[in-house]
Design a protein around this ligand. Structure first.
Ligand code: PGA
Length: 240
């Protein structure tokens, strides 16, 4: 794993966007795995700027998002479909038919997981963006998830529900389940770009980089990936 430590959030976002801009220039018809959460917002702002400056186009890009809450409709302002449209998709020339996010509003979630896994098998990500949970999760693969898992439904842990409650009116509104891309499917991406910002990620970053890969810290699996780049700001990297 290549570890890059930056001065602050802006530098982390800039470095991450440079890597993706390079990919878009070298391979305009790529499969881009994307993540939600607070961490990649700066990266997406930079990508929108690069598009507005005429530096890159998303016309031929296919996206593959990591996860989605179960039970929220797409137009709910905390759904990840809504997040992606409002933080990136609505501002670039990406085609709606090329966007892929697991659908957590489906009645038959097992069927939805199988559909998403099939899509990923046919569309290997050129690059997968990841954030990291304070408990080391990637996507919504919580501690204990097998490293070879495919897309599945998860029960969110108390710590994840608490972390995410800041975005809802009340913790009781946070969904307790989600559909997530599996760790095995994240590992199939040609390149993995994992971002971490802030002191509340410091322990997870330490466990990811320094501990033997183990299921208690899902992100530690990335030590086994042939092309993984971790970009952490100074606060997130302070225990390294
Ligand atoms: P955050 O979430 O970017 O909002 O901190 C990261 C994650 O839970 O994967």
């Amino acid at each position: 794993m290549k570890v890059i430590i930056t001065e602050n959030y802006e530098d982390m976002s800039r470095k991450a966007s440079e890597i993706i801009i390079d990919l878009l220039k070298n391979k305009p018809k790529c499969v881009l795995g994307l993540a939600t959460g607070t961490t990649p917002i700066g990266l997406y702002k930079n990508l929108i700027k690069a598009y507005n400056d005429g530096e890159v186009s998303f016309k031929e890009v296919t996206t593959a998002n990591l996860d989605e809450y179960v039970g929220l409709q797409k137009d709910h302002d905390q759904s990840y479909d809504y997040f992606m449209h409002h933080n990136l998709f609505n501002y670039v020339d990406i085609k709606e038919e090329n966007l892929n996010i697991p659908d957590g509003s489906k009645q038959d979630l097992q069927k939805e997981c199988a559909r998403y896994s099939e899509f990923l098998m046919a569309n290997r990500q050129d690059l997968q963006v990841l954030g990291i949970g304070s408990n080391g999760h990637i996507g919504f693969n919580e501690p204990g998830t097998p490293f070879d898992s495919a897309t599945h439904v998860v029960n969110l842990t108390e710590s994840t529900i608490k972390d995410n409650s800041r975005l809802f009116n009340d913790i009781s509104e946070v969904p307790t389940k989600a559909v997530t891309m599996g760790i095995g499917e994240i590992m199939k991406s040609k390149t993995v770009l994992i971002l971490a910002s802030g002191a509340n990620k410091a322990q997870a970053v330490y466990d990811t980089v320094k501990k033997q890969p183990n299921e208690n810290c899902p992100a530690s699996v990335l030590q086994n990936h042939p092309d993984c780049i971790l970009i952490a700001d100074k606060e997130a990297a302070k225990l390294l």
